[in-house]
Design a binder for this molecule. Structure first.
Ligand code: NAG
Ligand code: NAG
Ligand code: NAG
Ligand code: NAG
Ligand code: NAG
Ligand code: NAG
Length: 313
């Protein structure tokens, strides 16, 4: 008894520090989203690969580069989560029946293309469609997947897109947008879109969570994480160049209305040098930022840290 008491006294502080695994023991990761998550077209490994390695779990990636939540809202020549990714998941998993729900975590990181160039920020979504509709669509992914048996959900909110080179106030013509624009207005508008969308999805998820049987629903605060990376880069970045939170490691300055196949003025840093940057190109995080996402998600899922995690059920 005496031995047990002293053992408890020693281990108690550790026990109170360690959070419990918010989803229980996870063995598979099923990812949905856009180019931030689509490993098939990326020029370096993205977070699902690193998370699966860090956590020692398997994964299946249904994210597609260029995706928005739905082409019925934000029409593009790219796949949509609703039209393409969910059907591909259903096809690959016998409508979800080939997975064990209690050991599988479903993630969605979407919104960047919904609010971005060619869609909400340039007024090209379908008539009557706003940030409200794209946010509703993203949250509906949870209820749709729940109906197919999914129970564990990690909803990754939008990063501070006003900080990526494409949407900075002092942005330059680039491969994503080389037409005339007011970069100050884009920067202000993007900040509003992201803040509104993230708050809408959080509030709707909080509302939805109690209505979905046996579910664990959490938000991973990508917005908070990337804000912190930009504010405190020495904590996160480890490349061989001076740390750079504003520029892209592969930056290409276009002329106005330059043909995308035409010449452009590029500065490219690869490998160890690129680990000094938050941004890879004018829209995407670097491999080091992706590793950080994987590390922080792994810590959230394995119960080591709740810093970027907010759970509603
Ligand atoms: C459905 O899955 C099979 C193999 O599992 C694959 O060959 C086929 O291309 C898939 N179809 C679609 C529409 O994803
Ligand atoms: C978009 O949301 C508005 C409410 O903000 C709603 O009236 C409208 O029907 C929605 N449109 C679509 C296409 O879902
Ligand atoms: C761009 O927009 C900002 C904010 O609305 C405005 O102050 C500025 O005058 C605009 N610049 C040009 C060149 O129109
Ligand atoms: C950051 O990177 C950009 C793009 O390569 C470059 O133009 C800028 O000077 C860099 N900033 C610093 C502080 O090194
Ligand atoms: C930076 O850290 C990551 C681990 O987070 C490591 O894989 C990478 O090799 C490091 N980069 C450099 C240039 O040391
Ligand atoms: C949780 O994940 C972090 C980040 O990958 C790792 O360092 C840590 O060892 C993991 N803890 C457990 C209990 O798996």
């Amino acid at each position: 008894m005496r031995g047990l008491t002293s053992l408890l006294a020693v281990s108690l502080p550790i026990l109170t520090l360690a959070a419990k695994e918010p989803f229980g023991r996870i063995k598979n990761l099923i990812t949905f989203g856009d180019s931030y998550t689509d490993i098939s077209l990326a020029s370096f490994p993205l977070w699902p690969i690193y998370a699966s390695e860090y956590a020692g779990i398997s994964f299946m990636d249904f994210a597609r580069a260029g995706a928005t939540c739905s082409n019925a809202l934000t029409p593009r020549t790219f796949p949509g989560v609703v039209e393409d990714e969910i059907p591909a998941f259903l096809n690959a998993t016998k409508n979800g029946k080939s997975l064990k729900a209690d050991e599988t975590l479903f993630t969605l990181w979407i919104g960047t293309n919904d609010v971005g160039v060619g869609e909400l920020i340039t007024g090209q979504a379908n008539a009557g469609v706003s940030i409200v509709n794209t946010s509703v669509c993203a949250v509906e992914w949870v209820s749709r997947m729940h109906a197919f048996g999914a129970r564990n959900f990690l909803f990754q909110n939008m990063i501070p897109l006003n900080l990526v080179p494409l949407y900075q106030a002092n942005s330059y013509p680039n491969k994503y947008w080389d037409e005339q624009r007011n970069t100050t207005e884009w920067n202000v508008f993007m900040k509003e879109l992201v803040a509104s969308g993230n708050m809408l999805t959080e509030l709707m998820l909080a509302n939805l969570a109690p209505t979905l049987r046996d579910s664990n629903i959490c938000v991973f605060d990508s917005h908070g994480l990337f804000t912190d990376i930009v504010a405190n880069p020495t904590v996160y970045l480890n490349g061989t160049l001076p740390l750079n939170t504003t520029g892209a490691s592969s930056a290409c300055v276009f002329q106005l209305n330059e043909d995308t196949s035409g010449p452009s003025d590029c500065t490219i840093h690869l490998g160890a040098a690129s680990d000094s940057f938050v941004w890879f190109d004018e829209l995407h995080p670097t491999e080091q930022s992706q590793r950080i996402v994987a590390r922080e998600i792994t810590k959230a899922v394995n119960g080591t840290s709740t810093r970027w995690l907010k759970c509603f059920s």
